[in-house]
Design a protein around this ligand. Structure first.
Ligand code: KDG
Length: 341
């Protein structure tokens, strides 16, 4: 049985193979994409038996999604919708390394996900449920399905992980703010970028630690703020495993990490691994998947954060939303040029 369940929309992904406007580009490479299935792939590659749940068209792209996820050893729990196609996403590669994403997903199968599509037993039998703010952005059905999955998880004692994942192409900030706040409040583990944290909180506050503390006040026992090229900050309730290097003997925290234990919460900072960014899409999912995998492996918060930052950095160095997601061997490999022996 799966230890983790990721619920959301997975689409066909057409990525331009050369730089230029889609008005001119002649060739696109076909693959699949979806934030929640990216996290599922990350978890699976890091050794966590994982399921992905969602709704697909009864079409060839739907078949492609099933094949790819199955090949990643993910248990696919998909409703196949005969009346709607699988959604599509186009990636345009613009000069200067900028990547623009075009969605063709309204009225697609994923937007027609409803609570009755959710397999309650699958979620109740797992240790972790992962959902994102993309589901409520897709419409009331997927939003209700995610909320239902979260309710089932909470009832069963399954840990709820939420990545805010605000998609401004899908809904306005004004609509998203309150809905994302409700979802965030239902999480045990919450992931947000600093901009997303401000949107959820309706604040202009800039300091990541304050953002994390205000998000934790909504309910989560662990909040992770993704700071992109800066790194990441985690705030967690002390009840669990003490952070690495924070034993009763005291001593200085490891380099580059702030360790501030007050009021029953600990805050940790992990700087980013500097890399040459080729394609940042999927880096956030790599980060979240790696963090959750380490959590399920019982690793201490500092190690979770370090692995997450490493996985996110690795993902930035290659094109593709998920293909480069690391396995354990990739994470253990030393940084530097690849040497073929
Ligand atoms: O996080 C990467 C995702 O953005 C991508 O793979 C597709 O789910 C996706 C989305 O909604 O943008």
């Amino acid at each position: 049985t799966p230890r983790a369940v990721c619920l959301g929309e997975t689409m066909g992904l057409l990525a331009a193979t050369s730089v230029g406007r889609l008005a001119h580009v002649g060739e696109m490479a076909l693959g699949i994409g979806g934030a929640e299935s990216n996290v599922a792939i990350a978890l699976s590659r890091l050794g966590v038996p994982t399921a992905w749940a969602g709704r697909l068209g009864a079409d060839a792209i739907g078949d492609r999604v099933v094949r790819e996820l199955t090949a990643e050893r993910i248990a696919v729990h998909a409703v196949r919708d005969p009346d709607a196609p699988t959604g599509l996403m186009l990636k345009e590669r613009l000069p200067g390394g900028r990547i623009k994403v075009w969605y063709y997903r309204s009225h697609a199968a994923g937007s027609r996900l409803v609570p009755s599509d959710v397999d309650d037993e699958l979620i109740a039998g797992a240790e972790l449920l992962h959902v994102t703010g993309i589901s409520p952005a897709l419409g009331p059905g997927p939003g209700a399905a995610a909320a239902h999955a979260v309710a089932v998880a909470r009832e069963a004692g399954t840990t709820v992980s939420v990545d805010v994942n605000h998609r401004s192409a899908l809904w306005s900030d004004a609509e998203a703010g309150p809905a994302l706040r409700t979802l965030a409040a239902s999480a045990d583990v919450l992931y947000a970028g600093d901009d997303e944290a401000r949107l959820v909180l309706g604040t202009t506050e800039a300091d990541p630690e304050t953002l994390a503390r205000e998000l934790a006040a909504l309910g989560p026992s662990e909040v992770v703020i993704k700071l992109g090229a800066q790194g990441a900050l985690a705030l967690f309730r002390d009840a669990g495993t003490p952070p690495e290097g924070a034993g009763s003997a005291g001593g200085d925290p490891p380099d580059g990490r702030a360790d501030d234990r007050t009021d029953g919460w600990t805050v940790l900072f992990e700087p980013a691994v500097p890399v040459e960014v080729v394609d940042p899409v999927g880096a956030g999912d790599a980060f979240v998947g790696a963090h959750l995998a380490e959590r399920l492996a019982g690793r201490a918060p500092a190690e979770r954060l370090r692995t997450a930052v490493t996985a996110g950095a690795l993902m930035c160095t290659v094109p593709g939303d998920w293909e480069a997601l690391p396995d354990r061997a990739d994470l253990a490999a030393p940084a530097g040029p690849d040497v073929t022996r």
